[in-house]
Design a protein around this ligand. Structure first.
Ligand code: FAD
Ligand code: PHB
Length: 393
């Protein structure tokens, strides 16, 4: 057994873990990042694409903005379609000039890994048998296996950034946490396609056959989603069927959907989940390890970044002064934003998806909501303010 020591042991090299490592380094705090997957795998995992203004600002302020400024696509509005109608929500006009930026999560991850390696910060990929212990003591330990050797990492604090299926959350005794779960009766089938986007701004479509979303990654690459059943088998969706369905659900008179080669496709569950508190002793959970939102609000990655921003500042204050006040407030500070995002994501999901059984009452309510959004500036402003993301305090 080999033993190493660091200040903060970070479990997981997704956006949460990598951004935390980056922010801590800027504060002069050491960390070690442990990741079960390979570098190649995490750098190519296709997921989110919408960065809130606050996420972009943080990347710029911390020296990660070079490629983002060159390649990121700033969007100042989104379009909503339903019943053959289209309504543009002018996000920036309604939300004090704030905007969203389209930049793939895997690009954020690549930039963060490059920064980590350039700063000589330890990051170990393809680790196994990760286990946390001593989180109730002042000297918690992460045990893991790497390159055929059993190792232990002795830390002051552990950051559990290992996503929804990670091991960190389970290290908190069941009596020490409350979990809130909500499952939705639908999932998303997503594709990445080598075809120029058929739209300049994102299109969210409500259709009786199910929700559809036209997003993008670059002037050459489109990202599209359709609502499917939660237990849907991807084998039943050859590319031609996906394009046919997208054409129907996104359809608008005089508008044409370009199709092309599908580079990647997969099905993602829609769920809401929160664990409270987000801390136990010397273990702090961040990102998907602590909460999941349905993708309709495009909030998951942004929440992960917001959590570690709070955590990095709290750790910096603690190391500088010994005052644990901010660390003690970590859960409360994060949960305020998390529950706002839960509500927004659930509301967007309920407004835009088709519910099984096609209940007429629900359909009428959805149309009333969409009509309100199209005709009331107050309704559109509320959506815009939430979509671009709440400012940091
Ligand atoms: P993750 O990205 O899941 O990273 C956790 C890491 O921990 C992984 O690399 C994992 O391999 C590793 N790990 C797991 N177990 C262990 C272990 N035991 N030891 C060590 N490492 C471990 N969010 C948005 O904001 N906007 C969007 O537009 C958006 N769209 C999405 C679309 C889809 C299809 C999906 C699936 C998600 C989307 N999200 C979106 C959500 C977003 O991708 C997640 O919220 C985000 O990845 C959370 O980052 P994280 O670092 O907390 O977790
Ligand atoms: C994406 O581009 O992947 C994306 C955009 C908006 C969402 C979810 C995902 O709500």
């Amino acid at each position: 057994m080999k033993t190493d020591r660091t200040q903060v042991g970070i479990v997981g090299a997704g956006p949460a873990g990598l951004m935390l490592a980056h922010l801590l380094r800027l504060e002069g705090i050491e960390s070690v990042v442990l990741e079960t997957r390979s570098r190649e795998y995490v750098e190519h995992r296709v997921r989110a694409g919408v960065l809130e203004q606050g996420t972009v600002d943080l990347m710029n302020e911390t020296g990660l903005g070079d490629r983002l400024r060159r390649e990121g696509l700033v969007h100042r509005g989104i379009e909503i379609r339903w019943d053959g109608r289209a309504k543009r929500i002018p996000l920036s006009d309604l939300a004090g000039g704030r905007a969203i930026t389209i930049y793939g999560q895997q690009e954020v991850v690549k930039d963060l890994i490059a920064a980590r390696l350039a700063g000589d910060g330890p990051i170990h990929f393809e680790v196994g048998s990760v286990a946390l212990s001593g989180i109730d003591t002042n000297a918690p330990i992460v045990r893991y296996r790497h390159e055929g050797t059993d190792r232990e990492l002795r830390c002051d604090v552990i950051a559990g950034c290992d996503g929804f299926h990670g091991v960190s959350r389970e290290a908190i005794p069941a009596t020490g946490r409350t979990e809130f779960h909500h499952e939705y009766p639908f999932a998303w089938l997503g594709i990445l396609a080598a075809v120029p986007p058929s739209t300049e701004e994102l299109i969210y479509a409500h259709h009786e056959r199910g929700f559809a979303l036209h997003s993008l990654r670059s002037p050459e690459v489109s990202r599209l989603y359709i609502q499917v059943d939660p237990d849907e088998d991807i084998e039943r969706w050859p590319d031609a069927r996906i394009w046919d369905e997208l054409r129907i659900r996104l359809g608008l008179e005089g508008w044409h959907l370009n199709d092309g080669p599908v580079i990647e496709k997969g099905i993602a569950a829609m769920r809401s989940f929160v664990v409270e508190p987000m801390q136990h002793g010397r273990l702090f959970l961040a990102g998907d390890a602590a909460h999941i939102v349905p993708a309709t609000g495009a909030k998951g990655l942004n929440l992960a970044v917001a959590d570690v921003r709070v955590l990095a500042r709290a750790l910096a204050a603690w190391y500088a002064t010994g005052d644990a006040g901010r660390l003690d407030r970590y859960t409360a500070e994060c949960l305020r934003r998390v529950w706002r995002a839960q509500d927004f994501s659930a509301t967007m999901s309920a407004m835009l998806h088709a519910y099984p059984g096609h209940d007429e009452f629900t359909q009428r309510r959805q149309r009333a909501q969409l009509d309100y959004l199209a005709t009331s500036e107050a309704a559109a402003r509320s959506l815009a303010e939430n979509y671009v993301g709440l400012p940091f305090d």
